[in-house]
Design a protein. Structure first.
Length: 45
């Protein structure tokens, strides 16, 4: 699964580092991406 979604100190203000295990299911990545897109769209309103 997803290891962490903590911001990384070397990234910019609006960037997110996602750490994960090598054998992660691609469906988990799709689900996480949809969640992030939902949050970003909600913040625009």
């Amino acid at each position: 699964g997803i290891l962490d979604t903590e911001p990384y100190r070397k990234l910019g203000k609006n960037q997110l580092r996602v750490g994960m295990f090598p054998a992660i299911d691609p469906e988990d990545i799709k689900a996480l991406t949809k969640c992030i897109e939902y949050v970003v769209e909600s913040l625009k309103k």
